[in-house]
Design a protein around this ligand. Structure first.
Ligand SMILES: NC(=O)c1ccc[n+]([C@@H]2O[C@H](COP(=O)([O-])OP(=O)(O)OC[C@H]3O[C@@H](n4cnc5c(N)ncnc54)[C@H](OP(=O)(O)O)[C@@H]3O)[C@@H](O)[C@H]2O)c1
Length: 262
């Protein structure tokens, strides 16, 4: 064999060997998202859509053992990992952040939250103050704690987005009496998101509060005259908002379809 023929043979062999390696490299996701409350509803749909986009998904739930649908999905999708995260357990949140120390997270979706009808101590005149405490610790303090704990990961990510799910028209709330604990704890979350935006703008972190629209995640019928949005459309819209977010928009409340809410 001449020197040129040997060289050609070596180059061809190297190209053949590189093919499967290139395939493996392409399969490693370039982006990571962490979703709280990922076992059902809006959270589970975020998991499915980000996975379909080729992302690595850290899907957290307060009780992995009972998260049947999520576990089944993760079992057949290698880029989805299920982790335990309870918004009321700050030590547990810190422990999970420690487990992921040094790993970039591009998008943090603070989705988990408590919702409940007006009949459970949520109407002014018959407020249940123990429930009030639970709502605030879950819907306001919980997401703040998650953002603090995973701040180094988001800072190390490429997209650097911290999103949280709110309700109604931002700080205008839901314009009917009732749902007091829910509405006011979400209004607190809106303010917390603005505070995080101010605090970490100089680190390039983009903070957004998202309104998913009225999504019938519990199989409940729509109220008369209520406009609803399909869960798939809502999440697709919010992923689009997150994707295009600029640092100038940090601190804003934005609806699933891109409308800015005051
Ligand atoms: N659906 C809508 O129309 C609508 C409208 C506006 C805003 N949102 C907001 O969007 C988010 C998701 O809504 P959804 O309809 O999907 O609600 P959902 O079906 O009631 O799901 C709520 C999720 O939050 C989790 N969660 C509750 N307490 C928790 C805790 N202490 N620690 C960790 N996870 C906890 C639940 O876990 P478990 O399964 O263990 O209870 C569940 O995964 C919520 O923040 C909600 O306020 C929804």
């Amino acid at each position: 064999m001449t020197i040129n023929a040997t060289r050609r043979w070596l180059l061809a062999a190297a190209a053949l060997l590189a093919l499967p390696l290139a395939g493996v490299r392409a399969a490693v996701p370039e982006r990571t998202v962490l979703v709280t409350g990922a076992n059902r509803g809006i959270g589970l749909e975020f998991v499915k859509q980000y996975e379909a986009l080729g992302w690595r998904v850290i899907a957290t739930t307060r009780d992995p053992a009972s998260a049947k649908e999520l576990n089944t999905f993760a079992g057949s999708h290698a880029n989805v990992v299920v982790e335990k995260l309870d918004l009321l357990d700050h030590a547990g949140i810190d422990a999970l952040a420690q487990k992921y120390a040094g790993q970039p997270i591009d998008v943090l979706v603070n989705n988990a939250g408590l919702m409940q009808g007006p009949d459970k101590g949520q109407m002014v005149g018959s407020i249940d103050y123990a429930e009030f405490d639970r709502f605030y610790r879950t819907n306001a303090m919980g997401p703040l704690k998650v953002s603090e704990a995973f701040y180094p990961n988001v800072k190390a990510g490429k997209l650097k987005v911290m999103a949280a799910l709110t309700t109604g028209k931002g700080k205008r709330g839901i314009p009917v009496p009732g749902f007091t604990l829910y509405k006011t704890s979400k209004a607190a979350l809106d303010s917390i998101q603005q505070e995080i935006a101010l605090r970490w703008k100089n680190q390039g972190i983009k903070v957004v509060t998202l309104n998913p629209g009225r999504v019938l995640t519990h199989g409940e019928p729509a109220s008369p005259g209520q406009s609803t949005v399909a869960v798939g459309d809502s999440i697709r819209g919010m992923i689009g908002v997150i994707d295009k977010l600029t640092i100038e928009q940090s601190g804003q409340t934005i609806q699933w379809d891109g409308e800015r809410l005051e």
